[in-house]
Design a protein around this ligand. Structure first.
Ligand code: GLY
Ligand code: MN
Ligand code: MN
Length: 444
């Protein structure tokens, strides 16, 4: 598909981005905006560069993912102007100048040094907002117009709706990640270590660390209970479970996918995983326009409470387990988040473009997504059920702990936990599950 699909959709995407900026600039009283990619920073006391992550606001205009010091000037009614810095050096390869179709709707100027950027921009409009971390770009506007909150909130709010180009990027990022997940599952079944599973994922997805939206989380056994587990052990895992949360990037857009694998010697855990997978699909089936995400999150707690009862991890009914807050000790994170140019994309708690926040439910104060879903939103659905030692200790001390079947919980503790995470696009009357669609088409 992909390159052709991206290219075909890009002109309409660019027009939409321009319209959104037109509205945001008009609402916040600016004549123009200058967006910087960011600079390549040296590590402290070192001559080595830290990994470069381009400003996502720039990537929405054009995919300058490896172009420190690049920037784009947009003034409504005029063609956008991008300046790309290509130093003449033989130490590193200078970043490529964007060709067609990226450059078709955008005027492009190439300079050899970042200090030449201001001159290449020409005369700047009066009321200019700068969205950039670079000091040499920030200097082009008075302090109050550098990264102005009001403009950023307008833009963040609009990012929730994906254009066809953005969906194509996300589809491709999903397909690549699913290839990696298939290879990782195979490696785990063959007894590979976390480190070997990482290599298997990267090999199959064709992504280097710099391409990925976040470092893959590859937790075998108890490590799966650390939600953002960050190591890659080289020894073979003794436990037969694996939680792998790994996504890919495409033109700066992310996929964010989790699967949990179990070897056959743990049938009780495998059943729990299969049932959570069913619950996850039921939650996915409820994704449609008009649904407040906090309601879905509450429904996810209902699903987890029901699983705890069905698997005899707690006594009583699903209703009482939910009522007494038991599910929160096993499912301590949000059901999902907006997904796009950042893995946890912006604007999920905004009530409107002016930046007022939506009220969070008292029971769930930390959700990343509170908005009511609308067609065009891209988001994750990622319920989990974990055996986290510190939370279980708290639960032992809690009156609700008396309802826990501790023998069964402790038997599953060495397997860490389960998360199933898909990426969905809200459509006019439901949702498209990009992840399950890719698993259905990418061969084993
Ligand atoms: N990969 C981080 C998350 O699922 O939110
Ligand atoms: Mn996620
Ligand atoms: Mn994830």
């Amino acid at each position: 598909m992909t390159q052709a699909s991206l290219i075909n959709h890009y002109p309409a995407h660019l027009a939409t981005v321009q319209e959104r900026y037109d509205a945001a600039l008009a609402a916040t009283g600016y004549d123009a905006v200058l967006i910087g990619a960011g600079i390549a920073r040296l590590q402290f006391m070192d001559d080595q560069q830290a990994p470069f992550r381009a400003n996502p606001q720039l990537l929405q205009w054009l995919p300058l993912t490896a172009h420190p010091d690049a920037c784009l000037l947009y003034q409504p009614g005029r063609q956008p102007l991008a300046v790309v810095v290509r130093p003449a050096t033989y130490w590193e390869e200078p970043p490529a100048a964007p060709g067609a179709p990226w450059a078709d709707g955008i005027e492009l100027r190439i300079v050899a040094q970042s200090k030449a950027v201001p001159a290449a921009l020409g005369t700047l409009p009066q009321r200019l907002a700068v969205l950039a971390p670079e000091p040499h770009l920030q200097d082009l506007a008075p302090a109050e117009h550098r990264n102005p909150r009001a403009l950023i909130e307008h833009l963040n709010y609009q990012r929730a709706w994906k254009t066809d180009y953005e969906v194509s990027c996300q589809r491709e990022a999903t397909t690549q990640a699913v290839k990696g997940h298939r290879a990782a599952a195979l490696a785990h079944a063959e007894g590979a270590s976390e480190f070997e599973i990482l290599l298997a994922f990267q090999q199959a997805s064709g992504q280097a660390a710099a391409d990925m939206p976040y470092p893959p989380i590859i937790g075998a056994g108890r490590h799966a209970a650390t939600l953002h587990y960050q190591h890659y052990r080289q020894t073979s895992p003794s436990a037969g479970s694996l939680l792998i949360d790994a996504g890919c990037g495409c033109q700066g857009y992310a996929s964010d996918i989790t699967r949990t694998h179990v070897r056959e010697e743990h049938p009780a855990f495998a059943e729990l995983r299969d049932d959570l997978d069913q619950s996850q699909q039921q939650l996915c089936a409820r994704v449609r326009p008009g649904v407040p995400f906090a309601e879905l999150h509450h429904a996810a707690h209902g699903e987890i409470a029901a699983l705890l009862v069905a698997h005899k991890l707690v006594e009583g009914t699903a209703e009482s387990a939910l009522e007494r807050g038991l599910s929160r000790f096993f499912f301590p994170h949000g059901l999902g988040h907006l997904l796009g140019l950042q893995v946890h994309d912006v604007g999920g708690r905004q009530a409107d473009p002016d930046g007022s926040d939506l009220p969070a439910p008292t029971r769930y104060p930390h959700l990343r997504l509170l908005r009511t879903l609308e067609a065009g939103f891209s988001l994750t659905i990622e319920p989990g059920l974990y055996f986290i030692e510190s939370l279980l200790q708290e639960l032992r001390a809690d009156p609700a702990g008396a309802e826990v079947n501790w023998d069964r919980v402790e038997a599953l503790l060495p397997l860490g936990g389960i998360r199933i995470e898909d990426n969905l696009l809200v459509t006019a009357d439901g949702a498209e599950n990009l992840t399950r669609d890719a698993f259905a088409t990418v061969p084993h």
